[in-house]
Design a protein around this ligand. Structure first.
Ligand code: DAH
Length: 329
């Protein structure tokens, strides 16, 4: 049994004794028994002294805990240092020097970075964003966007049909009417997400890709706001000296419709998105009165933006899951 008084002196004695025994220990086994003798939870010397502390007269308690902790740390590190790893392997069948497993945290995929950047830019203009279904009704993907069955615009957006009414959405424009049906203007929202088309894979096409759609509906909204906003976006995304131009186009769900191009010194003008004033028929399909409200919308391919921004020549590289490529971003 340990003497209660004087405690600090006891600790000093314990230390001297323990250090001597450790230095004389010749095998891992004897080191392990010293560990149990001094540090073992149940009957080790140090835990035993710790248990005595509350019984000490108050004036002797001060600093005893710290002394014990310091000694414990010292003994632990000595015991670990002296334990021979090779013998330990033999005794335990486990190589304690094997480095731990490296857990690879990976990096953010360039398309995700692009989507986040676009969201961030439009967020600063008051746009929120919301996901939508990738398995979509033909009604939202085509019909309510003014593309009835057999409309020629469907030809360039062929897709996989689950049944006569259900398909894999060909564009994020499918969210326009879905959203309008449940929200009143003013509306400022992005619809990012995955889309599908029956396209042969090549350097610029894949059967699955990402888009970001934007929709604004308000009592005043003009084509000039749309063009100004898209130009602002292009400069924020590609750099402040970026030049843009728009020209007339045709989409069934916008009237009038435009496309926007961005100027690349090495490559010339490259198309980055389609847009336009929301067709009054589409507003009506979304239960919004076209005599009171007007809107504009745009849609762009996130993969395309990633290719342009990072100077990648082939869209397929983005999906090869080659860590060496993806880690560059
Ligand atoms: N949905 C079109 C596409 O996938 C892009 C687009 C064009 C979206 C015009 C729009 C728009 O919102 O107004 O090619």
């Amino acid at each position: 049994m340990l003497k209660l008084i004087p405690m600090v002196l006891d600790i000093k004695n314990v230390e001297t004794k323990a250090l001597k025994e450790i230095s004389q220990a010749k095998s891992n086994k004897s080191l392990e028994s010293l560990r149990i003798k001094y540090l073992g939870r149940k009957s080790g010397v140090l835990p035993e002294i710790t248990r005595q502390i509350p019984k000490l007269p108050k004036e002797q308690r001060n600093g005893v805990g710290t002394e014990i902790n310091n000694l414990r740390a010292k003994l632990e590190s000595l015991l670990t240092q002296k334990t021979n790893p090779e013998i330990a392997t033999k005794e335990t069948g486990f190589d304690i020097t094997t480095p731990g497993k490296q857990i690879d945290t990976g990096s953010v995929h360039p398309i995700t970075t692009v989507m986040d950047t676009v969201k961030e830019i439009f967020h600063s203009l008051g746009f929120s964003w919301i996901d939508g279904p990738e398995v979509e009704l033909d009604a939202y993907n085509f019909q309510k966007l003014n593309m009835p069955p057999n409309h020629p615009a469907r030809d360039v957006q062929q897709t996989y049909y689950i049944d006569r009414e259900l398909l894999l959405r060909t564009h994020t424009s499918s969210m326009q009417v879905r959203y309008m049906e449940n929200h009143k203007p003013p509306i400022r929202v992005l619809f990012p997400g995955r889309c599908y088309r029956r396209d042969m894979p090549d350097s610029t096409h894949l059967p699955s890709f990402y888009q970001i759609e934007g929709l604004l509906v308000d009592d005043v909204s003009k084509m000039s706001d749309l063009v100004g906003t898209l130009d602002y976006f292009a400069k924020a995304f590609f750099g402040k000296n970026t030049k843009t131009r728009v020209y007339g186009h045709h989409f069934a769900y916008t009237e009038p419709s435009i496309e926007m191009e961005v100027y690349y010194p090495e490559k010339g003008w490259l198309e980055v998105l389609g847009a336009g004033m929301v067709n009054p028929i589409v507003l009506k399909n979304g239960h919004i009165d076209p005599n009171k409200f007007r809107g504009w919308a745009f849609g762009m391919g996130s993969d395309r933006l990633a290719l342009l921004k990072y100077g990648i020549g082939d869209i397929r590289i983005l999906y090869n899951n080659d860590i060496r490529f993806l880690n560059q971003f």
